[in-house]
Design a protein around this ligand. Structure first.
Ligand code: SF4
Ligand code: SF4
Length: 170
């Protein structure tokens, strides 16, 4: 490939998902086997799992569930999906995630499904966001702990994203 998937201009989320599937069909097996990609995929898996555990431990997961079930919906708003690039979506396919084929809730992010976010590798805006309710109700030491783990997740996602871009643009 001479031009990377990020250089293709502004596209709808459906087009980006289609492109991610095309890239996965063409390059997925080779990417998984590549010595620069495989270990980074494993690192993202581990760091995403650690972040999820930390969110459960400090109470963020429960707070978000309360929003979802009792307070009219989560803050995963419509349009946030536009932050996602084909490469980030490809990473989610390589992490065995199933990308949605339609928006589940009209006014919510395309990737918000019946059981929360359908993605494993998320954009920095999604990983870093802490609303006022969380900042007011969760102890500062727990927030710092969560942010440390989240930072490691973002480092791992960034390293994988860059490695895949280098591979596809080589
Ligand atoms: S981040 Fe805050 S506003 Fe968003 S779903 Fe969680 S608790 Fe609700
Ligand atoms: S966390 Fe997931 S569902 Fe929520 S805004 Fe981000 S991508 Fe969308």
């Amino acid at each position: 490939m001479t031009s990377g998937p990020e250089k293709l201009g502004r596209r709808s989320i459906e087009e980006k998902i289609r492109l991610a599937h095309d890239l996965s069909a063409r390059w997925g097996s080779r990417l998984r086997r590549d010595a620069r990609i495989g270990p980074r995929l494993a690192a993202v898996r581990e760091n995403v799992a650690a972040s999820r555990r930390a969110m459960l431990q400090v109470g963020v997961a429960a707070a978000c569930r309360t929003c979802e079930e009792m307070e009219g919906g989560s803050c995963c708003g419509k349009g946030i999906e536009d932050k996602y690039s084909p490469t980030l979506l490809l990473m989610n396919l390589l992490l065995d995630r199933v990308l949605p084929t339609r928006r589940y809730m009209e006014n919510s992010c395309y990737f918000l499904g019946p059981r929360g976010c359908s993605l494993a590798a998320r954009h920095v805006i999604c990983v870093n966001y802490l609303c006022g309710k969380i900042r007011e109700t969760i102890a500062m030491e727990d927030i710092i702990h969560l942010q440390t783990i989240n930072g490691q997740e973002l480092d791992a996602v960034f390293a994988l994203h860059e490695a895949i871009k280098r591979y596809l643009c080589a």
